[in-house]
Design a protein around this ligand. Structure first.
Ligand code: UFG
Length: 334
């Protein structure tokens, strides 16, 4: 069992990962500046698991504060979630994205080296594949060609981590390329809570269901997909969180860099998702067909064989589980 630092550990994926790690007996330390989350998430994690993670309200780019955390806690591994993640905002404020996402990562790596911590798992994204290759995306498919600064920060941080591992033979780096995380913990105590207008499909659907928005805009119905709407590989956030536990076990035994896709391998279109949500929850989601959203791909789904073979991890929950749990969480907010 390890003592694991989760940067951004009160966020959507971080909080679910904290739960899965605690349930497997790991010790969890969270560092989060609460820029897109809140302190009560720590209470909720405790409510689910019966164990309270240590919590530091700090900015990971604050070298002094991060060093003080490492002084106090003997951190054996880090899972690095902290970062800005809104695609559209990154186009409007590129420097803010590059500064924040790169600064936090560099400060973290330097601090880890200073305190002799040699294991890091990074929250990367399938967005690094860009439009360079056809689906399914494989870990050895070409990367780059990202359509926005957010995606490029993921690409650049992957590169920084790979170079750091090349230069330090003790370092173990695992890059996890997430596909489309949705859903919520089945307790409905933690889930996705975007501020303002949601960028992503599932939180938009749940807000329409809750009556917070009157309809969903379907961004394009003329893609070269079976029903013309965009196809994505949606993965339940609890499955995704369990993928981090598997990656941590892997990182304990290996050095160098390894890359894994975390997806289901199955594509679902926007229209299929609307219908699945309606069926799972007995609701109707009003929608209108709107123009394509710039930067969107027709298809994005994973080749999942490597994670299955090497990490012994596989997503188990289906679209119905994702729709049911996402709605159960949204209802809890009403
Ligand atoms: N969509 C709509 N209406 C909406 C929102 C989304 O039709 O209101 C469609 C999109 O056009 C796309 C699909 O739903 O076809 C999924 O869109 P999301 O915004 O939910 O997800 P993306 O695949 O665009 O982006 C997600 C993450 C990014 C990450 C990317 C990697 O949000 O952080 O996956 O592929 F970079």
């Amino acid at each position: 069992m390890s003592k694991v630092l989760l940067t951004g550990g009160t966020g959507f994926i971080g909080s679910h990962t904290a739960v899965e790690l605690l349930e497997k007996g790991h010790e969890v330390v969270i560092a989060d500046n609460l820029s897109n989350s809140s302190r009560d998430i720590v209470d909720r994690i405790e409510k689910i698991t019966g164990k309270r993670p240590a919590f530091y309200e700090i900015d990971v780019a604050d070298r002094g504060a991060l060093a003080a955390l490492f002084e106090k806690e003997s951190v054996e591994a880090v899972i690095h979630f902290a970062g800005y993640k809104a695609v559209g905002e990154s186009v409007a404020k590129p420097l803010m994205y590059y500064r924040n996402n790169l600064d936090t990562s560099l400060t973290l790596l330097e601090t880890m080296a200073r305190f002799g911590c040699h294991r890091i798992i990074f929250s990367s994204s399938s967005t690094v594949y860009g439009a360079l290759s056809p689906c399914p995306f494989r870990e050895d498919s070409p990367v780059g060609g990202c359509s926005n600064p957010y995606g490029w920060t993921k690409f650049m941080i992957e590169k920084i981590l790979q170079d750091a591992a090349r230069a330090d033979e003790q370092l173990s780096v695992v890059l996890l390329r997430y596909f489309n995380p949705v859903g919520a913990h089945e307790s409905a105590l933690i889930g996705e809570k975007p501020g303002g207008i949601p960028n992503n499909l599932m939180p938009f659907i749940t807000q329409v269901a809750a009556g917070k928005r009157d309809h969903l805009n379907v961004f394009g119905d003329d893609y070269e997909t079976p029903d013309g709407t965009g196809v994505r590989d949606y993965i339940h956030v609890v499955d995704l969180a369990r993928g981090h536990v598997a990656a941590l076990n892997y990182a304990e035994k290996h050095t160098g860099t390894e890359i894994f896709n975390l997806g289901t391998g199955k594509g679902t279109s926007v229209m299929e998702m609307i219908r699945a949500f309606e069926k799972a929850n007995g609701l109707t989601i009003p929608f209108v067909i709107a123009p394509r959203r710039p930067g969107d791909l027709a298809f994005s789904y994973a080749e999942t064989g490597k994670a299955e073979t090497v990490l012994h991890w596989k997503a188990e929950k289906n679209i119905e589980d994702m729709c049911r749990d996402a709605w159960r969480f949204e209802k809890g907010l009403l």
